[in-house]
Design a protein around this ligand. Structure first.
Ligand SMILES: CC(C)(COP(=O)(O)OP(=O)(O)OC[C@H]1O[C@@H](n2cnc3c(N)ncnc32)[C@H](O)[C@@H]1OP(=O)(O)O)[C@@H](O)C(=O)NCCC(=O)NCCS
Length: 191
């Protein structure tokens, strides 16, 4: 059990962290990870994408949890508009109540692209989530939005984790590759 507050820090990622981020990511990618019940990532990031992200900290938040020099977890978040550049049909495919859909369209929404830890139930996931919420709030966002896979494989660990962090599941989204995701929101302005 790692004591997050004392033995680890959450810092902005630098190019020196890319190898460590990829190691954490690759250890939980659904294609590599034999223990899907500890959660998994579906769409990987590559070195080039991470370099680009680190070069533009004003529009991305890539933060690492470190123990000494070792990356033991990370998150990547950015404006929802950025994600919609990757997924042009995103808004149309979003299945949430109409009033919320309007809110998502008109408000500043911070999209959580990845969150991952090297060890499960280390407490680091919670530390990273809280850090992500703080970054989003400090940047003036109204809410954080995350997608968690429901089909073909349910990411139970991530669902439980997000609910525990104060997120609520508000609907779903399906992509043309056949995947279906639960949509989780964390409201920031009400806090
Ligand atoms: C999801 C993830 C980021 C959580 O990080 P973590 O360091 O394990 O989280 P914490 O130790 O802070 O645990 C927070 C809570 O999450 C839930 N949780 C974490 N792992 C779980 C699991 N395997 N099964 C059920 N609940 C789990 C628990 O409620 C846990 O609290 P508890 O241990 O007091 O019961 C981490 O497990 C992970 O990297 N999984 C693989 C990648 C992933 O699924 N990312 C999210 C993609 S949407």
């Amino acid at each position: 059990m790692i004591e997050p507050a004392t033995s680890s820090q959450v810092l902005e990622a630098t190019p020196d962290d890319i190898r460590g981020i990829l190691d954490v990511q690759n250890s939980v990618l659904h294609t590599n990870n034999k223990e899907l019940d500890r959660g998994f990532l579906w769409y990987p990031l590559d070195t080039e994408e991470l370099e680009e992200i680190i070069a533009h900290p004003e529009s991305h938040a890539l933060m690492v949890a470190k123990e000494g020099k070792n990356v033991i977890g990370y998150f990547l978040g950015y404006d929802l508009d950025e994600w919609q550049k990757h997924k042009p049909d995103w808004f149309e495919a979003l299945d949430v109540p109409a009033d919320l859909k309007e809110k998502i369209k008109s408000q500043k929404v911070f999209y959580c692209r990845h969150i991952a830890t090297a060890n499960q139930r280390s407490g680091i996931g919670s530390v990273l989530s809280q850090s992500l919420q703080k970054v989003a709030k400090d940047r003036g966002y109204n809410m954080v939005l995350a997608e968690v896979m429901r089909k073909p494989i349910e990411n139970v660990a991530s669902i439980v984790h997000h609910l525990k962090q104060g997120c609520r599941e508000v609907g779903s989204i399906s992509y043309s590759d056949g995947t279906e995701w639960g949509v989780f929101i964390h409201d920031l302005k009400s806090e």
